[in-house]
Design a protein around this ligand. Structure first.
Ligand SMILES: [Zn+2]
Length: 180
């Protein structure tokens, strides 16, 4: 068995708010799926045969219900902004990897807008430059939702070898900055 396929037998578990919690075996992921406690976010190309069905091996699963942990204030950072906005441009709704995202001051800084949870949203480069130095109303670009300070807990550290990280995990781990 190649290194890649061994790596692919692991599944990244995310909280309901898309933060990485930990790496679990795909068998445990299956149990969570069958119990209705998690849903598949990304899958591998590999099929898995169970007694009754053949399904794609889960690469990333997300808990359906809130994961309870000691609450800490969420660090205000670019990556946490992206996570709050689920990696979607808040103007056109496009979901994109982090390298294709930027952030936008809803009320431009030059107009007194501050750099805060409630004035910064995720944007794609196209919408960001189209909006320019205007308010959403002036630009005729509606926000998909009002930016708020998130209530979820910040990312936990997951130490994994970069070489063994499956591609399907990239979007979910990258922003934690904990890859070693
Ligand atoms: Zn956009």
């Amino acid at each position: 068995m190649s290194t890649a396929s061994i790596a692919e037998q692991r599944t990244l578990l995310l909280s309901a708010s898309y933060e990485p919690i930990k790496i679990i075996s795909w068998k445990r992921a299956f149990r969570l799926l069958f119990l209705g406690k998690a849903e598949v976010v990304e899958e591998y190309d590999q099929n898995v045969r169970t007694v009754s069905v053949v399904i794609k091996m889960p690469a990333v699963v997300r808990l359906v219900r809130a994961f309870r942990r000691v609450k800490r204030p969420v660090k205000f950072s670019r990556v946490n902004i992206y996570a709050r906005d689920r990696y979607r441009c808040q103007y056109c709704g496009t979901k994109a990897p982090i390298r294709e995202l930027t952030y936008d001051h809803v009320l431009p800084r030059s107009r007194g807008g501050d750099t805060s949870w409630t004035n910064i949203v995720t944007a794609c480069f196209r919408c960001n430059s189209k909006k320019g130095n205007r308010t959403p109303a002036e630009a005729g670009m509606a926000l998909r939702c009002q930016p708020v300070r998130p209530t979820w807990v910040p990312a936990v550290s997951i130490a994994v070898s970069t070489r063994s990280v499956p591609d399907a995990w990239g979007d979910y781990l990258y922003w934690t900055g904990t890859l070693t």
